[in-house]
Write a protein that binds this ligand. Structure first.
Ligand SMILES: *Cc1c(COP(=O)(O)O)cnc(C)c1O
Length: 363
């Protein structure tokens, strides 16, 4: 197997992949309605579910599409006209859920919370009770715009107490930060193939409590392709997706899931945290600030304050010429750029990043 030029992607997905994941896409042509592909898909769905649940009460529903498709599927097909979703907005991805709700004319209440501080749970609960008709609550687990990690366990506790359906966008935490859907009382959890799973881009999925799926059957979906129940039912009956899946991306995902099994989620997160410590310790030494206190940081993506006088485009090009890709900031209140320490990279790559960063600042 010839090795492929390694680019260090410091953008928050698609992440750097192993050569074995890249090469797993090279397979004989196959019709995805054939038994061999059904078997592969069944294993993949099962492995995805097992990342966040050890029980038989949950299942994965997969779509071809980027991660946003999974979030959109939940909003457009699992929420009824008489429901009312409280969406926690403490960053760009929380805001995106509000935009999705708006497009589909879903009743929602936008709960704004500071972008760099934990959610005030007492206040959150008070607002839910005052609003009275709230039926669902939605939150982003790891806010990819800042690295703020929202506390699923505590929000889940509120959801359970108030009997709310709990929707989580776990796109940038899935596969690294441990989640237990039953313990955290999560009913729908959205993620994708190309972040911590270290697979190729093109697969998004929702892990659902099976009971909930049956309850949404009577809801009239607002979307055709991203209909969660129809996709689930079709797979139960035919072991196929309703429409053409990204075949080769799913072969790569299978390989990526095997590599996750081999490394283990805990070890993967440890590797990421080691990189993050390398990054933030160096930033502290360089007196460069980043958003969100370490105590509630996901340690997966960091929004770094742009040093005065530095233009993003110049910094980006400097790194790009050296095989590294940094990402623009997404926090409207501050001038930041982002560095994600996910994918098939480790602290040595981050050391090199810091080295280039210092070089750039000196010139
Ligand atoms: C990456 C990401 C998404 C999905 O983005 P796509 O570009 O559609 O893959 C959604 N939510 C969060 C929190 C993310 O990090």
């Amino acid at each position: 197997m010839r090795s492929v030029k390694k680019n260090v992607l410091l953008n928050p997905g698609p992440a750097t992949t192993t050569d074995s994941v890249k090469y797993a896409q090279i397979v004989p042509d196959v019709c995805p309605r054939e038994e061999e592909f059904s078997s592969l898909l069944s294993v993949v769905l099962n492995k995805l579910t097992k990342v966040v649940s050890s029980s038989e009460d949950y299942t994965s529903v997969l779509f071809g599409g980027s991660g946003t498709a999974a979030v959109e599927a939940v909003f457009a097909s699992a929420i009824g006209d008489n429901d009312n979703v409280l969406i926690i907005n403490n960053g760009a991805y929380g805001k995106r859920m509000c935009e999705i709700a708006q497009i589909y004319r879903i009743n929602f209440h936008e709960y704004c919370s500071p972008a760099d501080e934990p959610i005030d749970l007492l206040k959150l609960k008070k607002v839910i009770l005052e609003e009275s008709k709230i039926t669902h609550i939605a939150v982003v687990h790891n806010e990819t715009s800042t690295g703020l990690l929202n506390d699923l366990r505590e929000i889940g506790r509120i959801a359970k107490e108030l009997r709310l359906t709990f929707i989580v966008d776990a796109m940038s935490s899935f596969g690294a930060i441990p989640i237990d859907m039953a313990l955290d009382y999560v009913h729908y959890l959205c993620a994708s193939s190309n972040k911590n799973l270290q697979g190729m881009a093109g697969v998004s999925f929702v892990i659902c409590e099976i009971n909930k799926l049956h309850q949404i059957k009577p809801i009239r979906p607002k979307v055709y392709y991203l209909d969660l129940f129809s996709q689930y039912q079709f797979f139960v009956e035919h072991r196929q997706t309703r429409f053409t899946p990204p075949v080769q991306v799913i072969y790569a995902l299978y390989q990526a899931l095997q590599e996750l099994d081999r490394e283990g989620i805990d070890n993967r997160y440890r590797r990421y945290v080691r990189s993050w410590e390398e990054l933030t310790n160096s930033l502290k030494e360089m007196k460069i600030e980043y958003l969100v206190n370490d105590a509630y940081h996901s340690k997966i993506i960091t929004a770094i304050c742009m040093p005065t006088g530095v233009k993003f485009d110049e910094l980006h090009q400097y790194f790009k010429d050296r095989g590294m890709t940094i990402y623009p900031g997404k926090n409207s209140d501050s001038n930041t750029f982002r560095v994600a320490n996910i994918g098939d990279i480790d602290y040595e790559d981050i050391k090199l990043f810091i080295c280039y960063f210092k070089e750039f600042l000196e010139q």
